[in-house]
Design a binder for this molecule. Structure first.
Ligand SMILES: [Zn+2]
Length: 181
């Protein structure tokens, strides 16, 4: 599993390995979703309603993807998907409490962490990125469509990861050069 998005909402959108057809989906079954959430640093503690929550989780994921993917090209996201993210964010705010952490306040949710807590955090991450940016640093990997926030100094990141898509492309180009007449 690779977490290369630099934002929870983007890593959440990247829980499928390719689009439009995914060969692996971390939100397909409860065990995988638990593994992903733990690795992403947002573990789900109360798992009773996880199976029932997965279709909604996948729906939110697709909305998050459809919101940020056009923004990587400077285009506008669909209103319906902005509204879908807003609805989860508003639901989250209705259950949140302002708590002090690191010298300022932020919205937090009471323990135990449930599947809904994770979705609220994803929506909050999306709202934060949409409202504060930097949107000009959003990128999409040309090979697998993963989304990322380019935090590199020169702002010229192209790939989701140099160890997967970046190196695959390099190898392909090397091979193409060697075999061209
Ligand atoms: Zn990629």
């Amino acid at each position: 599993m690779e977490l290369v998005g630099n934002a929870l909402c983007l890593d959440f959108a990247n829980t499928v390995n390719s689009r439009p057809v995914a060969r692996r989906d971390w939100l397909a079954v409860p065990e995988q979703a638990l593994t992903w959430a733990r690795a992403a640093g947002h573990p789900i503690e109360r798992q009773a309603d996880l199976t029932a929550a997965l279709p909604g989780a996948r729906e939110l994921r697709e909305s998050v993807f459809r919101v940020f993917d056009p923004l990587t090209r400077g285009a506008d996201p669909p209103r319906a998907d902005l509204d879908a993210v807003t609805a989860v964010y508003a639901d989250g705010l209705a259950h949140a409490a302002l708590e002090r952490a690191d010298g300022r306040f932020g919205f937090a949710w009471p323990a135990p962490r449930t599947p809904r807590t994770l979705l609220w955090e994803v929506a909050a991450s999306a709202a934060d990125l949409l409202s504060r940016g930097p949107l000009e640093r959003l990128g999409a990997c040309p090979s697998c469509c993963w989304l990322f926030l380019d935090t590199s100094k020169n702002g010229r990141r192209r790939w989701c990861s140099m160890t997967t898509c970046g190196s695959r492309d390099k190898a392909r180009r090397y091979y193409a050069t060697r075999t061209s007449p």
